[in-house]
Design a binder for this molecule. Structure first.
Ligand SMILES: Nc1ncnc2c1ncn2[C@@H]1O[C@H](COP(=O)(O)OP(=O)(O)O)[C@@H](O)[C@H]1O
Ligand SMILES: [Mg+2]
Length: 353
């Protein structure tokens, strides 16, 4: 069989557009050349022909000339409230197979409040929340301080710092005003979960009929079938207890190589089972494919009860530093192998291998 041609679709930080009034961290979740080159090399090492194509409007032409059999998509997109779904939309229109989740799921998961509505609808645990489109909207009486304030549609800890934890209404309004001004989007206020930070990454697809709901009791234990879970990872925030008690933009971007990652996380087998089950359930209800990482906080005041903060259907894949890469390494799976596991999961889904 002739080796497949794979186009790696990503958005390079250095190609990102600049505009007046953009936030300093505007493109923090886009990829470096180093990451993109490492991904191309990893895919080539898997025996495929691979080229990088920038995930912008040039794709209409570059895809026609490269003619990939499949795309490895990690493009985060540039503009709008559904930017992560732009490249998959183009691929759907051109009928080109691609790895990872599709249009609806990527648009949904980018929007944290929308995703939380789906998660809460299925009775999965996520902190109580309220969305603010304007600074002066009334605070619901059910919302109890301290609260955690963050932008609705960003990643990589953008807008997240120690100031995100607010203890009274005045602090909350100030933080919401800052977030609205900086990111120009609705702001999410959630119950602040003081506790441990654990993230669960996995590759695979659910087997059998996939209704986008949590299955009945007798089928519940089977929900994880078809998914390969890497060991959960805990981010040890204790050395930063007087500066960053949360996994902030500063820690994720500036201090990533100074953080202590505990992988496997020091949790009991029962806790691990609960986290992987919840991760599979979120993956299922939002209709994700091939790969994801689910971020949790374990509530120190409630016997480390897990709360789902978000699901990342396009988890970072930078060698060494990305959470998913650290988790795979936790079971001896290197970057090249991880990338090829994701690609093969997609090829299998399309019946191409
Ligand atoms: N409700 C919350 N309670 C406590 N910490 C939170 C809460 N929401 C977010 N955080 C902290 O902020 C970090 C980033 O939030 P997250 O929702 O995962 O966004 P991002 O997309 O930036 O990773 C989390 O890893 C956690 O440390
Ligand atoms: Mg996160």
């Amino acid at each position: 069989m002739k080796p497949y041609k794979v186009a790696l679709l990503a958005n390079l930080k250095k190609n990102a557009p600049h505009f007046d009034g953009m936030a300093a961290d505007q493109w923090d979740d886009l990829d470096s050349e180093k990451t993109v080159n490492a991904l191309v090399e990893a895919i080539r090492a898997g025996g495929y022909i691979c080229e990088f194509l920038e995930g912008d409007l040039t794709l209409f032409d570059t895809l026609r000339s490269f003619k990939p059999d499949i795309c490895f998509n990690i493009a985060e997109g540039h503009f709008g409230d559904a930017r992560e779904s732009h490249v998959p939309s183009i691929l759907e229109m051109m009928r080109i197979p691609y790895s990872g989740s599709k249009v609806l799921t990527l648009a949904l998961a980018l929007d944290k409040p929308m995703t939380k509505r789906v998660i809460a609808f299925h009775n999965l645990p996520t902190p109580d929340f309220q969305t603010f489109e304007r600074v002066d909207e009334e605070l619901s009486p059910e919302m109890k301080f301290p609260l955690f304030v963050k932008p609705s549609r960003e990643g990589t800890g953008m807008g997240v710092s120690r100031n995100s934890i607010v203890y009274n209404e005045k602090e909350m309004r100030e933080q919401i005003a800052l977030m609205v001004e900086k990111y120009k989007q609705p702001v999410l206020a959630e119950r602040y979960i003081e506790g441990r930070e654990v993230t669960v990454g996995f590759v695979g697809n659910l087997v059998g009929p996939v209704a986008k709901r949590v299955p009945d009791n007798e089928q519940a234990s089977r929900i994880q079938e078809g998914l390969h879970f890497f060991p959960p990872m805990e981010v040890d925030l204790s050395p930063f207890s007087d500066s960053d008690t949360v996994y902030s933009n500063r820690l994720k971007v500036d201090l990533a190589d100074k953080l202590n990652y505990l992988c496997p996380a020091p949790i009991t087998p029962e806790q691990k089972n609960e986290l992987t089950w919840l991760a599979a359930a979120v993956f299922r209800v939002i209709g994700a494919l091939d790969v994801s990482r689910v971020d949790f906080r374990l509530d120190v005041h409630d016997n480390y009860k897990p709360y789902i903060l978000e699901i990342n259907p396009l988890p970072g894949l930078s060698p060494i530093i990305s959470d998913l890469v650290i988790e795979a390494a936790g079971e001896g799976i290197g970057h090249t192998e991880l990338v090829n596991m994701i690609l093969e999961t997609a090829l299998r889904r399309y019946g191409m291998i």
